[in-house]
Design a protein around this ligand. Structure first.
Ligand code: PMP
Length: 450
């Protein structure tokens, strides 16, 4: 018997014998997915699920778009591979398209994952300062709760303790500040009279550390994996001003928020700031093939053009920007444009947020937050004390949704008890009726809680 001929139990046995999953401790019986179309995934038993997480926040355009498969296949037949120490047409086309979507003068470096795109950003930022005559700038400031990836630098930037324990020491030089978490303000203030201490803190930290030691800040437009934390208006501009004052670069991680998810091309465009470096992955190919990119403001990139020894950016990778991934990404972005799907994500986001209001008064819902077409519901035991909901309750909602054919996500902090935010990030192909299904199913799942 070949593997595809095995039945589900036999496949699971093989899986347990030979596969190593991420977070496998949570999932001893993984769902074996076999097909997917639009917003729906089918498992090996023929059960259908609406995937309200777009996989891992990536299948933005929706599953099963043949145009994307064709674009990759055609490129594979024409020229499967060539390294980017030289060049090829799909990469040129994609770099051009990304710059257009960013609406500024950028140069784009390709790699393979969101984590690698962030590593590239860190290396570029440090090297830029070297070449700009300030080699002492090596530190990065990130935020508590942020997730920036799984490699030693990206994990160091990550602000969730449990993800890092057992892997330390990570890359040195990473500091963390409080996130703009208004629901549980770390400064104990209320939004109308807070003076945005979460933003001005950057000024203090950079000053305390010595501005001449700080290379860059890194932030997502809204923290996604750390509990869907959306900053107040003006926060990002404030941080941008502080960076400018101290000669510190601003790296914006658009791995989730980018390529339409926020309702704009890129998340930072909602806040009227221009970052120095922008990283992206997931949605750039709608998750169909691996690819990531780090876009660098041209003025900074130009520092790497100056003649002289050792001006090269030393980050050679074999697969980054491979032709099939680039051809697929170009097609993905073209379809998003042609079908007006970024605009649609914005509208769907508003509709989802409005529909979620049926859960607003539920006793276990503490806060509902959204950014573009992604949303988080923070579960609490008590709306007054905001004590996080018990793990069993959060799990129960997820399990009850799954029983009814709906896949949702969960995150927050890794501090025990705080993994209490349910997440939604559906494909842009989701219809209004499907949004009703998502919200009504969630409501039913909440109603099973005593
Ligand atoms: N940054 C953010 C904001 C992410 O959400 C992720 C992945 N969830 C990453 C970086 C890392 O991306 P990858 O898994 O492709 O390495």
């Amino acid at each position: 018997q070949t593997i595809p001929e095995l039945n589900k139990e036999e496949l699971l046995e093989k899986d347990r014998e030979h596969m190593w999953h991420h977070m496998s401790v949570y999932n001893p019986n993984p769902m074996i997915a076999t097909e997917a179309k639009g917003s729906w995934v089918t498992d090996i038993d023929g059960n259908r699920y609406l995937d309200a997480m777009s996989g891992l926040w990536c299948v933005n355009i929706g599953y099963g778009r043949e145009e994307l498969a064709d674009a990759a296949a055609e490129q594979l037949k024409k020229m499967a591979y060539f390294p980017l120490s030289n060049s090829h047409v799909p990469a040129i086309e994609l770099a051009d398209k990304i710059s257009e979507w960013l609406g500024g003068e950028y140069r784009v470096f390709f790699s393979n994952s969101g984590s690698e795109a962030n590593e590239v950003a860190f290396k570029l930022a440090r090297q830029y300062h070297h070449q700009n005559g300030e080699p002492g700038r090596y530190k990065f400031i990130s935020r508590h709760r942020a997730y920036h990836g799984n490699t030693m630098g990206a994990l160091a930037a990550t602000g969730q303790a449990v993800r890092k324990q057992k892997y330390e020491p990570l890359a040195p030089g990473f500091l963390h500040v409080h996130p703009p978490y208004c629901y549980r303000c770390p400064f104990g203030k209320t939004e109308d009279s807070c003076g945005m201490a979460c933003a001005t803190l950057y000024d203090d930290v950079i000053t305390w550390e010595g501005a001449g030691t700080v290379a860059a800040v890194i932030m997502e437009p809204a923290i996604t994996g750390g509990g869907v934390i959306v900053p107040p208006a003006g926060y990002m501009q404030k941080v941008r001003e502080i960076c400018d004052k101290h000669g510190v670069l601003m790296i914006v991680d658009e791995v989730i928020c980018g390529v339409g998810r926020s309702g704009k091309n890129f998340g930072h465009q909602n806040f009227g700031v221009q970052p120095d470096i922008i990283t992206m992955a997931k949605g750039i190919t709608s998750g169909y093939l691996p690819l990531s990119a780090t876009a660098v403001r041209k003025e900074l990139a130009d520092k790497f053009n100056e003649p002289g020894f050792n001006q090269h950016f030393r980050h050679v990778n074999t697969f980054g920007g491979n032709p099939a991934s680039c051809a697929l990404a170009v097609k993905n972005m073209e379809l998003l444009e042609k079908e007006g799907l970024v605009q649609r994500a914005e509208e769907l986001g508003k509709e989802l947020r409005q529909k979620l209001s049926i859960l607003e008064d539920h006793k276990y819902v503490g806060d509902i937050r959204s950014f573009g077409f992604l949303a988080g519901l923070e579960m609490v035991e008590d709306r007054g004390t905001k004590e996080p909901a018990a793990v069993e309750k959060v799990t129960q909602v997820i399990v009850e949704c799954k029983k009814r054919g709906l896949i949702i996500g969960r995150n927050g902090d890794t501090v025990p008890g705080f993994n209490n935010v349910l997440t939604l990030s559906p494909p842009f192909s989701t219809t209004s009726e499907e949004l009703d299904f998502i919200v009504n199913t969630l409501k039913e799942a909440f109603d099973t809680l005593q």
